[in-house]
Design a protein around this ligand. Structure first.
Ligand code: NAP
Length: 264
């Protein structure tokens, strides 16, 4: 049993996964923003670390805190995301979806490397939308100043997370195996930021969505028996070829360069 870090562990799939890992005997570090939900989860083998993951500064601080307190991290699972109906900038001047859904995952993946590399079989699971081919990184305008929609921002960050997996395997030099996992349409997800009519439609569609327990089940396997390959992509039960255009190594290198520059 080991130490498992869960970003976005206060709600939805992350929360369910946190409870299941604690039940299995892991020490679980839950990262989330909602203090009430986080504190309700904390206790026993679950520790709540409050953090706004759309803030680069706060994300870096929580990484330092984890590295100070834990020499070994066995697994990092990345769930945090939130729909943003309007383009908003963080206090650091970054478009919020890009910062939260992509940059926090970049920072946590590379930042926790020293502790991950101390584990026997370290693994990172990035829960996003691998296999989706819609959307793209807007290379000259990643902050989407010229044209924003909730979907454009979600798809851009989703495709950036696909490339993060490739980039991490290319560049990190880490022993951690990287898994990109698409859970499929699931009975979870905070829809409160959306307009009422859209929420109603999604509530109806949710009747056919996957139960949360089914969506997170494969993630346990990734932790318990990490793949041997540096990068694995799975859409629900199906392993995807790494030759997908959305996993292009040149685009991954380009995004890693862009991100390093942005964060400097
Ligand atoms: N649900 C689906 O149908 C579906 C389908 C495909 C892919 N996915 C992907 O699966 C992942 C998990 O989705 P979910 O349905 O479980 O989402 P969810 O229920 O909305 O949970 C999102 C989590 O992210 C956290 N979060 C949001 N903003 C944050 C911030 N600024 N700082 C820190 N934490 C923050 C939330 O924490 P607080 O509550 O503390 O704010 C919550 O713990 C996401 O990446 C999503 O894109 C979901």
């Amino acid at each position: 049993m080991g130490v498992v870090v869960i970003s976005g562990g206060t709600n939805g799939m992350g929360r369910a996964f946190a409870l299941e890992r604690a039940e299995l005997g892991d020490r679980v570090l839950v990262l989330g923003r909602n203090r009430e939900r986080g504190e309700a989860l904390a206790g026993g083998s679950i520790t709540f670390l409050p953090v706004d993951l759309s803030s680069v500064t706060e994300t870096r601080q929580v990484i330092e805190e984890i590295l100070t307190r834990y020499q070994v991290v066995d697994a990092l699972t990345l769930f945090a995301n939130r729909l943003a109906p309007r383009r908003t900038l963080t206090t650091e001047g970054l478009e919020r979806t890009f910062a939260l859904y992509y940059l926090s995952r970049y920072l946590l993946s590379f930042g926790l490397r020293p502790a991950l590399d101390q584990a026997t079989a370290p693994v990172i699971v990035n829960i996003a939308g691998v296999g989706v081919t819609k959307g793209a990184v807007h290379w000259t305008d990643p902050q989407l100043a010229a044209g924003y929609s909730t979907i454009t921002a979600q798809l851009q960050a989703g495709r950036a997370n696909d490339l993060l997996g490739v980039g991490f395997a290319q560049r990190s030099g880490s022993r951690a195996r990287y898994v990109l996992y698409h859970p499929g349409f699931t009975k979870s997800g905070d829809r409160s930021p959306l307009p009422l009519a859209l929420r109603g439609l999604l509530a109806m569609a949710s009747l056919v969505a996957r139960p949360v327990a089914d969506a997170v089940a494969p993630i346990h396997q990734f932790l318990d028996t990490p793949p041997t390959a540096p990068l694995t992509a799975v859409d629900r039960g199906k392993q995807l070829p790494l030759s997908l255009p959305t996993l292009d190594p040149r685009n991954a290198a380009r995004l890693m360069d862009l991100t390093e520059k942005l964060l400097n």
